[in-house]
Ligand binder design. Structure first.
Ligand code: N2P
Length: 396
């Protein structure tokens, strides 16, 4: 039995942070051709588990295009959906909310189902990029925890339903001699050159994600991760530029497997599930321990909720809704978390989630930790200033 809880609750000095609700080209596993007709292309009427009524079943298109974060679903679920419903799924991935938005704004209208985070949902609603849904047509919406319904970024779930949630902190190599004496429980371990000098030769990775990285620097400086104050943002940019020479990689796509598990780095800015993947993938029954630990910095950290949404331009909305309902099934929701190591907002799924995952406080943080995390909000026009900082950070 893997009983050891590896997560460090290093939050005691956390400043009172704002809490509240979450306010705030098709391809890789493609199994079909592009460009079939829309939902009118009836080819399935099995009906079981359908979103549109049991009697006749939904009118499903022959294809569906799904655009998600990397390593964010157990792909056997896709195959099972294809086999059960006769819908061929084209599955593709993006690295960040900003990449997703840029792709849609550049005219990639082929995508039906997407998975933006909280702040990006509100931005996309304002831009008219998301279709409206009626959760009355989603029987499995009842599986979702009330805590995650009706979030401020999408009142009454008029556009999206919750998919997975997590935190953003620091993953570090257990057994590294410097970390044996010094727990990386502060963003200083990512940004302070004096500290970085102790372990930079082992490799450091940061998330290639502007809201996360600039947000972390803002936490480090004692500011809001949603700041749109130019002086604060410039300070954050300069903190990042001073630390950048010590970093080996900007990777938010496959850093858990390619860098953490592969021992290419000793410390990484990390999403909770990726850190947990690194821990459980290196877990040794003999020592009852894994190689990677995860800490939430004392200055505060981001809590996020990713969502399943249908694009406004989807020509297969009924099929997309049917697929959305499929993902909200209790056992399917559990299969997703058992694969990704991210927390599930699907309450009914918990009966099927691995006990070790449910008990892992790094994945499902206790309430006292959650209360001290902060949501990211849409930045309004401030987004242009953030883009400017990000260009300066990545460009030099
Ligand atoms: C995992 C993607 C995590 C999504 N590879 C963070 N919002």
């Amino acid at each position: 039995m893997k009983k050891k809880v590896w997560f460090l609750l290093v939050i005691s000095l956390l400043l009172a942070a704002c809490s509240g609700g979450p306010g705030g080209g098709p391809g890789e596993t493609s199994t079909g051709e592009n460009g079939d007709g829309g939902d009118t292309a009836v080819n399935n009427s099995e009906g079981s588990g359908g979103a549109e009524g049991a009697a006749t079943g939904p009118q499903l298109a022959s294809q569906l295009t799904v655009y998600n974060w990397p390593d964010y679903i157990d792909e056997t679920l896709l195959t099972e959906y294809e086999e059960e419903y006769g819908v061929q799924i084209t599955y593709d991935t993006y690295a960040s909310n900003e990449d997703l938005l840029a792709k849609l704004q550049a005219g990639a209208t082929g995508y039906d189902v997407i998975f933006p985070s909280d702040y990006m949902v509100s931005q996309m609603i304002e831009l008219g990029l998301l279709a409206e849904i009626d959760t009355n047509n989603l029987p499995n919406f009842a599986n979702v925890s009330e805590d995650f319904k009706n979030a401020p970024f999408d009142p009454n779930n008029r556009h999206c339903v919750p998919y997975q949630w997590g935190t953003t902190g620091i993953a570090y190599r257990a057994g590294h001699e410097f970390f044996a004496e010094n727990t990386p429980d502060s963003w200083a371990y990512l940004f302070d050159p004096e500290l970085l000098a102790h372990y930079a030769d082992g490799g450091i990775n940061v998330l290639n994600d502007q809201r996360e990285l600039i947000g972390a620097a803002l936490f480090y400086l004692g500011y809001s991760p949603n700041s749109t104050d130019r002086a604060q943002l410039e300070e954050a940019r300069d903190v990042i530029l001073a630390a950048k020479p010590y970093w080996k990689t900007f990777n938010s796509e496959d850093y858990d497997d390619a860098l953490l598990i592969a021992d290419e780095v000793v410390l990484s800015h990390s999403w909770s599930g990726d850190a947990a993947n690194a821990y459980w993938s290196t877990y040794d029954d003999a020592t009852e321990d894994g190689n990677w630990y995860y800490a939430i910095p004392q200055e505060g950290a981001v809590k996020w909720l990713d969502n399943i949404c249908i694009t406004a331009f989807s020509e297969r909305k009924e099929t997309a809704l049917h697929f959305m309902n499929y993902l909200l099934d209790a056992e399917n929701g559990a299969a997703i978390t058992n694969f990704t190591y991210y927390a599930s907002p699907n309450e009914a799924a918990k009966a099927y989630i691995e006990p070790d995952i449910l008990a892992d406080a790094g994945i499902f943080p206790p309430a006292n930790v959650q209360d001290k995390l902060q949501w990211l909000f849409e930045l309004g026009d401030g987004v242009f200033m953030w883009d400017e900082m990000w260009t300066a950070i990545k460009g030099r």
